[in-house]
Design a protein around this ligand. Structure first.
Ligand SMILES: [Zn+2]
Length: 581
């Protein structure tokens, strides 16, 4: 701690007074004032104490009772696809009738007058399960009704299906005798003709024809992503599946002084193409050498310290690619009189066998790279915990900070293992609400016992797990405050419709303080940044946000409406709304 006399010799750059300064320190203490010098916090306490830091050039900001808290740390997102989708034709995850679906896409076609008849129109953020009325069919014909010569691809927000128009089907050379690719389905009608709907790996038949983003498009996508983050108060993030083009774009912005969040990148470990655990980690280290800019410092920079591994896909219908311990249920009755019974399969074999996962984790630990593992079903979770348990028994295995992302369903026997093995679940709280992808696409196929356990946020918390938050943007829109609201309430938005009213299952929500720790100090831990960020304490970086209302005193449903008035990164204001002053 600096003495008051010393402080007076070196005045602060900025003093915040009269606030509800929510620190997220070890006791979640609330203070009144905070002072910043050289990008770091030099004082947290009452107004009187802050006075000692005031100098002639000190800017004094009167918070007028507003809440100041640490900046949000998003522990799992995909900023480049998120940013580029902001630039695409977007259906905004909305529930649409066929007529609305058509008119929105027609409007995009009409706006884009430059593109010729061979240029793909890419439409994104299609909420396929939310089409109205329930169960309405969308096929190539739906798109063929539009006035255009161009091939069209409409991508579902979940990423598991895409719809083409007839020109798109021809351009992708999909014919009657085109076989389904491994891991994918070309949906066909009764005559065996492609309907236009492509599931999972079949999407590649069209996706591989889309030109990769140009350097300029990559740069625009990163810029758009950072702008969206600033506005919501995100001051650090993990890109949970990166590529050199993305890191190049963020490096360019960093050099121009336009990087407004601390950027962390996870490189994919993919053993499909003949790579070994050792060669895959060597490739990761090569990218680290090229893009990592060293330890956290005042100005935001790039860090490459994480590996991304996929253990499975997703547990929801129609994909069922989540690796489950017990089988998915199938309806052996009729639609009117359903009879849900265990079906023939429990999802694919995990994408890493137990042996390759162990070998890969060992290589990562030797290289001091933290594994960030996609696990959706309870079998994927268990096998990952088993491999981490073995890793923890080795000398090098103690130094990594493994994270298991998603964890949509976890067997209760595994809850305590997160704390025991020091594994952080990285959860997307917004999934814990009644919605087409939970009530509609999980309930029947899981059966009542397992359905009661889906999205086990508070269940893991109560078992002692350190819960971190990750938005997984753009699987959902980037809406951090809505997600935090759902973390507390487990309810959908008020306008979601009657069938989605009420809480998702009987599970409790998380306490508000724990929801905030998940998106601040706990996410900082997964980024090895908790000594510098994640709380407002003397010595830490001034990464913080001012809110337009108090997270703790407003009704829980109102948390979704919180607006960030000011975002500060390393003491520098990177975003301010009109309401701030
Ligand atoms: Zn993800």
């Amino acid at each position: 701690m600096l003495s008051a006399a010393h402080a007076a010799n070196q005045p602060a750059d900025t003093i915040y007074r009269n606030g509800y300064v929510y620190t997220v320190d070890a006791r979640d203490s609330v203070q009144q004032a905070l002072a910043v010098r050289g990008g770091r916090i030099v004082y947290v306490g009452d107004n009187d104490g802050a006075q000692a830091y005031a100098g002639k050039k000190t800017e004094v900001i009167d918070l007028r009772g507003r809440m100041l808290m640490p900046g949000l740390i998003d522990g799992h997102m995909h900023p480049q696809s998120g940013g580029s989708r902001l630039l695409n034709c977007s259906l905004d995850y909305a529930s649409l009738t066929v007529a609305q679906f058509q008119s929105r896409i027609q409007a995009c076609l009409d706006r884009d007058k430059k593109s010729g008849p061979e240029r793909w129109m890419v439409v994104v953020n299609w909420f396929q399960q939310g089409m109205l009325p329930d169960g309405v069919e969308t096929t190539a014909a739906t798109l063929d009704a539009l006035k255009t010569e161009r091939p069209i691809i409409v991508r579902s927000s979940f990423g598991h299906s895409a719809l083409l128009n007839s020109k798109g089907i021809r351009t992708a050379k999909i014919e009657r005798d085109t076989p389904n690719p491994a891991g994918g389905v070309i949906t066909r009608d009764a005559q065996g003709n492609a309907t236009g709907l492509l599931e999972d790996a079949a999407q590649d038949l069209a996706m591989n024809l889309l030109p990769p983003l140009t350097v300029a498009e990559n740069l625009a996508a990163s810029k758009a992503a950072l702008a969206a983050m600033r506005q919501q108060g995100v001051t650090s993030f993990l890109d949970a599946y990166t590529d050199p083009e993305t890191m190049t774009a963020f490096t360019d912005l960093q050099k121009q002084g336009k990087l407004t969040a601390r950027a962390h990148f996870a490189v994919l470990i993919d053993l499909d193409k003949g790579a070994t655990p050792r060669s895959a980690v060597a490739e990761l280290l090569k990218q680290q050498k090229q893009f990592d800019q060293g330890p956290t410092r005042v100005a935001p920079s790039l860090q490459v310290r994480h590996a991304k591994l996929f253990m499975d896909g997703v547990i929801s219908a129609p994909a069922f690619t989540g690796a489950m311990i017990e089988p998915y249920l199938v309806n052996k009755g009729t639609a009117d009189q359903p009879d849900w019974q265990p079906g023939p399969h429990n999802g694919p074999p995990s994408y890493f066998s137990p042996d390759t996962l162990r070998a890969t984790l060992t290589e990562l630990a030797r290289a001091r790279i933290d594994p960030h593992i996609h696990v959706d079903g309870d079998r994927a979770v268990r096998e990952s915990l088993d491999a981490i348990a073995d890793l923890r028994a080795t000398p090098e295995g103690k130094r990594v900070r493994p994270a298991l992302a998603h964890d949509e369903i976890v067997d209760p026997a595994d809850y305590p293992r997160f704390a025991q093995l020091d594994v952080t679940p990285v959860l997307s709280f917004q999934w814990g609400k009644p919605a087409p992808d939970t009530v509609g696409a999980l309930k029947d196929y899981m059966g009542p016992r397992r359905y009661a356990l889906v999205e086990p946020q508070a269940l893991l918390l109560n078992a002692g797990a350190r819960i971190a938050y990750g938005s997984d943007w753009p699987v959902d829109p980037l809406d951090e405050w809505f997600a935090l609201k759902v973390g507390v309430t487990r309810t959908a938005a008020p306008n979601a419709g009657k069938e989605y009213a009420g809480r998702l299952t009987d599970q409790p929500g998380m306490p508000r303080a724990e929801v905030l720790r998940a998106i601040t100090i706990n996410a900082a831990y997964t980024l090895r940044q908790e000594k510098d960020t994640g709380s407002l304490e003397v010595g830490k970086l001034a990464d913080m946000i001012v809110l337009d209302r108090n997270f703790f005193t407003i009704p829980a449903e109102d948390i979704a409406n919180i607006k960030v008035l000011q975002t500060v990164v390393g003491g520098k204001i990177v975003y301010e709304s009109e309401g701030m002053r």
